[in-house]
Structures are given as structure tokens and as C-alpha cells.
Design a binder for this molecule. Sequence first.
Ligand SMILES: Nc1ncnc2c1ncn2[C@@H]1O[C@H](COP(=O)(O)OP(=O)(O)OP(=O)(O)O)[C@@H](O)[C@H]1O
Ligand code: NI
Length: 317
Amino acid sequence: MKSPTRDKLLEVKNLQVSFLGIKTVTALSGISFSIGERETLALVGETGCGKSVAAHAIMRLLPPESGVKGTVELRGRNLLGLSEKEMTEIRGKEIGIIFQNPSLALNPVYSIGHQLAEPLRLHRKEKKKKALSRAAEALKNMGFANTGEIINYYPSWCSGGMNQRFLIAASTILDPALLIADEPGKGLDRSCLSELEAGLKRLKEEKKTALLLISHDLGFVRNLADRVAVMYAGEIVEIADSSGIFEEPLHPYTKGLLNSLPEKGFIPIPGFSPPLSRLPSGCRFHPRCPLRKRCCIENQPEIIETNGRAVRCFLYP
Ligand SMILES: Nc1ncnc2c1ncn2[C@@H]1O[C@H](COP(=O)(O)OP(=O)(O)OP(=O)(O)O)[C@@H](O)[C@H]1O
Ligand code: NI
């Protein structure tokens, strides 16, 4: 929504995800958003609202018993209609993904250099020497100075923050157009977090990689995101430019999230998100909303777009 003519890289339309079990839970109730080429979109919202499910659905990494509907178009190609073989080609090459725990994703028995160079040797048939020099360059982009030494390190020798940056270097070594980062900063201390932030910034600016950034840390989001989508109980309730969300939030839930920031006085939103198996009537946020009206209890608001932003709330026409 930054500019109406921006080239769309990823377009998610009406994505619905249900987990079939004794009780079927609908984790995503039809979410739609798009990410432009080179753009960073953040997904924020309280725990359990469906952020990780959205990331997994886009990458087709959900368990087979999950029901997925809607479309996920990467440069116009619907990923949900591809064969598993075609999808394997997309993962890593066109869309990279990193999760919060890097030690689970890095292989403990191979050196960092080997793990970075391997995809280049495999997919690009690059010679060892060239692949290793590209690996060193990727490490430099992630803020490491002594790359000649670091390529010989093993993950267990390094801190969580270093490993998270190795993982970003590894997930983007084939220059994917989009990197999905699900809580990349979780569990990292402040200094590791600022190194991670600088690494992601360089990736955006130098490699022109688009980012889908999932994070609880609104400060981190504010520093990196061009646009922000706010989720609540399996729905998107507001999407706007980063400055719109942080300076002029519209939805009462977005306002509540911002008030819980330290600089706004740590005021938590009273109550809890509803369980997905027992959603309230009307607006899903109404039981916790200080501004609720009668219609909010009875009717479900649609998400409405105006002036380059979208909001799901009866306060806005
Ligand atoms: N495989 C699964 N089977 C059943 N339910 C699931 C499955 N995966 C996720 N869910 C449910 O879907 C909902 C959304 O989960 P999700 O992990 O996407 O939340 P989140 O927004 O990423 O939260 P957090 O901030 O804690 O990471 C949760 O209620 C979760 O229990
Ligand atoms: Ni999550």
C-alpha cells in the first residue's frame, strides 16, 4: 500500500487454515495481504493469533491433516497448486525461511563455511573455492569481520546470536526474493538483537530481499518494517504503513498493543485472546474492547480499505 503501483512479489488471498481433529480449529479465517518486491511486511499480534501458521502455510510446511484454502501467489504463480517437487524448488531458491531456534536448523557436524557453500555447489554447481568465497561474502554482509576464520567454526562454538546470523546467511545464500523470518530475535539479548537487526537491514538494502517478519518485539518491527499487518484471533484487523501503525493506530486492538510498550507505560490489554474453538459473536475483539458498541457484539466487521490502509472495526466507515 506504500504506492499503488508497487510490484507485487507475494499476494496472499483469503488464506484459511483449519486443523482437523476431535474438534476442528480454524487457525486462519481468510487472511489477505501482499508484499511488494524489496518490501518488508511485519505480522504482529499476541501469541496464538496465527502468525506462524500463516508462515508455514505460505511455505506449504503444515502437517498433512491441515485444511488450507485460498491462494498464495508468488509473482503470479499459486504456490498452493504446485506439486511437492515444484515447491521444493521454490524453498530456499525463491523463498527462504528462518525460525526462532537456529541450533535446530544448523547442522552441528559441519562447519559454517561448509553449510553456506553447500547450496551453491548443489544448485549452482559452483566450485568449492568460489562457493567458499561467496560464503565469506555472505558472512560479511551479516556483520562478521573475520570471515576467513569464521567459515571454519562449528555452530556449537558460537552464541545464539551468531548462529541466528549464520542461519540468515545460509537461508539467503541463493538470493531468494523473499525471506520469511519467524521470531528471529526470540531469546537473544539486546546486543545480539541489534546485530541481527543490522544484518536484516543490510539484507534489505544491499541484497534487496523482501521480508515477511514475524515478531513480538514491536521495537524491532518499527525499525525494520515498511508496512505492518496486525492479527487477532486468526484474522487481520489492521494493515498500514509502519508510520501509520505506530503514530496513528486505528483499531482499538492496535492501540492496546502499542500501550503495552514500555515507553507507553506497559499498560496491558485486559483479558485474553479467545480460544479458536470458541470465538465470540460479532467482532472477535469485542469482549476486550473499551470502545465496543452494541453492533460489535452482534455483527462481524469486514476489513475495509481507505487511504492506503485497511481496518476491521465499526468505528471506521
Ligand atoms: N499442527 C497444529 N494442530 C492444531 N493446532 C495448531 C497446529 N499448529 C498451530 N495450531 C494452533 O493454531 C493457532 C495459531 O498458532 P500460531 O503458532 O500460528 O500462533 P502465533 O501467532 O505464531 O503465536 P506465537 O506468537 O506464540 O508464536 C494456535 O491456537 C495453535 O494452537
Ligand atoms: Ni509463532
